[in-house]
Design a protein around this ligand. Structure first.
Ligand SMILES: *[C@@H]1O[C@H](CO)[C@@H](O)[C@H](O)[C@H]1NC(C)=O
Ligand SMILES: *[C@@H]1O[C@H](CO)[C@@H](O)[C@H](O)[C@H]1NC(C)=O
Ligand SMILES: *[C@@H]1O[C@H](CO)[C@@H](O)[C@H](O)[C@H]1NC(C)=O
Ligand SMILES: *[C@@H]1O[C@H](CO)[C@@H](O)[C@H](O)[C@H]1NC(C)=O
Length: 470
């Protein structure tokens, strides 16, 4: 109230202002759903009080408060939350809970991988948490994902609704957290997020230009192995050849017979189809998300099938318990953890709001955006910075496909391809373009790079977010 204009001499005006203040105040007190966040000081599975500041909560979207409720985890920077950037993180899928980004990739705790015995799975600290350099909001979007819910989830699941909801969510969240309005703001995501994230930036930027309040201090974005053109699959074949997974002869034959088109193959092109079958046989035991990782039954081996199918299969619920040595065992632990009653209490989950928590809810999602290149082109013109990184052992979105669309934006190179280093060792290769876009490979890493190589990705992130060269 002390931010209001000083009362005028007109007593009626003064009276009205007081009345308005009282109305606002009572509205604020009477609608508990509007009080977004709650502090979380302890989490089941984590020993002792949390050594970082976690807040969880819901932001209501739509006409009435029970229309759509978007759940988030907010972790304050462990360095200097007043000065450090604020980042919104979206996990791919579409429809995978942002808890995945938090717990497997860039957040301050991870599951301790040991056999589940009926007790709540244990959590331990991740030393390379990106929250050591930025505050991060992990948001469960689209509706129906993670702990977010709506009266009619199906009605809210498509690309553009996801974009609008993320935008609305953010403005509302900032109104409730005005202390973060002046921080530099970024959006990050990976995999499927390569489609919605650039569109969300475009919408925020358009909103700012139109004078929508609060003004968002948008600086840029970062994306890891992002789906961008839906042509990614065409790069699997040269990629597999380059990685020594198929013979020179098969590669030459594929090129000759398929002419570079491996997605929509004419069913009469028998030579191409036969080559593709040989290709699939060569690769049937390879884990596409990280070709160096062990192949697990539940992992996708759908080489060359549509990207959509590959991601869907990888994110489906597991009917059987995966082997402890499989990367996906961590997914299994998350399902046990998030469905534990005490965990839900600790996270302030509203009772009865959702049934079983699934790491990924991928059904009923309508794709509407089939390329995000135009958004990147527009954002480049507006001067936003970006970091696009590629785990170079991912065959789902191979680095070659990412390099190709970045090259096609036609910006000149300002810092040409060179190695970047961590502790004197090559962490990967990087190149920066005149549109302030930095591309970086992460050597030896997979589809979700920070998950596989945190010790490389953490310095990559901290340098970039601090405006330093990699
Ligand atoms: C599971 O193992 C942990 C030790 O890792 C132990 O503290 C806990 O009691 C065990 N739970 C059950 C149900 O056996
Ligand atoms: C939910 O939304 C879908 C898609 O808009 C619609 O077809 C369906 O009828 C709705 N269901 C209910 C119960 O309103
Ligand atoms: C890119 O910017 C142009 C010019 O402002 C606009 O007409 C177009 O719709 C934008 N593209 C996208 C995909 O938003
Ligand atoms: C880049 O240049 C090529 C060839 O001149 C052109 O086809 C393409 O549309 C350009 N890309 C953009 C984003 O302007």
């Amino acid at each position: 109230m002390n931010m209001m204009v000083p009362p005028s001499h007109n007593s009626l005006h003064y009276f009205c202002q007081i009345l308005l203040s009282l109305v606002l105040l009572s509205l604020h007190m009477l609608t508990p759903l509007e009080a977004y966040g709650s502090k979380v000081e302890h989490l089941p599975g984590f020993q002792g009080p949390l050594p970082f500041q976690l807040e969880t909560g819901y932001v209501g979207l739509g006409e009435s408060n029970d229309d759509m409720q978007v759940f988030y985890y907010f972790i304050k920077s462990e360095n200097n939350p007043q000065k450090d950037p604020l980042m919104l993180w979206l996990t791919g899928g579409p429809g995978c809970s942002s808890f995945s980004g938090l717990v497997y990739q860039i957040g301050p705790f991870v599951f301790e991988i040991k056999e589940y015995n009926g007790s709540v799975p244990s959590l331990v600290s991740r030393p390379q948490s990106w929250t050591k350099r930025s505050s991060i909001i992990f948001v469960d979007l689209p509706l129906g994902t993670g702990f977010s819910y709506a009266k009619n989830v199906t009605a809210h699941r498509n690309d553009w609704k996801l974009v609008h909801h993320a935008h609305q969510f953010l403005r509302k969240w900032l109104i409730d957290h005005p202390e973060f309005l002046s921080n530099e703001f970024y959006i990050g995501g990976d995999s499927y997020s390569g489609i919605p994230v650039p569109a969300i930036l475009q919408e925020i930027s358009n909103g700012n230009e139109k004078g929508l309040l609060p003004l968002i201090n948008l600086q840029g974005y970062l994306l890891g192995n992002p789906i961008t053109t839906y042509k990614e699959d065409n790069y699997q074949i040269p990629y597999a050849h380059g990685m020594g997974l198929i013979s020179d002869e098969l590669y030459a034959s594929l090129q000759r017979n398929c002419k570079g088109e491996y997605i929509n193959v004419d069913s009469r092109n028998e030579l191409c189809l036969r080559d593709l079958q040989s290709f699939d046989e060569c690769l049937s035991g390879i884990n596409t998300f990280n070709i160096l990782d062990s192949y697990c039954e539940d992992d996708s081996h759908l080489w060359r099938r549509s990207l959509t199918e590959v991601l869907k299969k990888s994110s489906s619920s597991h009917l059987t318990v995966p082997e402890l040595s499989c990367q996906i065992y961590g997914f299994y632990l998350a399902t046990k953890w998030a469905n534990d009653e005490n965990v839900r209490k600790a996270l302030h989950i509203r009772e009865g709001s959702i049934g079983k928590w699934e790491r990924c809810y991928t059904t009923d999602f309508e794709r509407e955006i089939f390329s995000s290149v135009e958004f990147h082109a527009n954002l480049s013109k507006k001067g936003y910075r970006s970091l696009i990184y590629s785990g170079d052992h991912d065959a789902v979105v191979p680095f070659m496909s990412t390099q190709a669309w970045i090259r096609d934006l036609n910006y000149s190179i300002v810092d040409d391809r060179r190695p970047w280093f961590v502790n004197g060792q090559v962490g990967g290769y990087t190149r920066t373009y005149a549109n302030r876009m930095t591309f970086a490979t992460v050597k030896g890493s997979g589809h979700t790079a920070p998950e596989y190589t945190p010790e490389q990705c953490f310095p990559m992130f901290t340098r970039w977010i601090s405006n330093l060269p990699l």
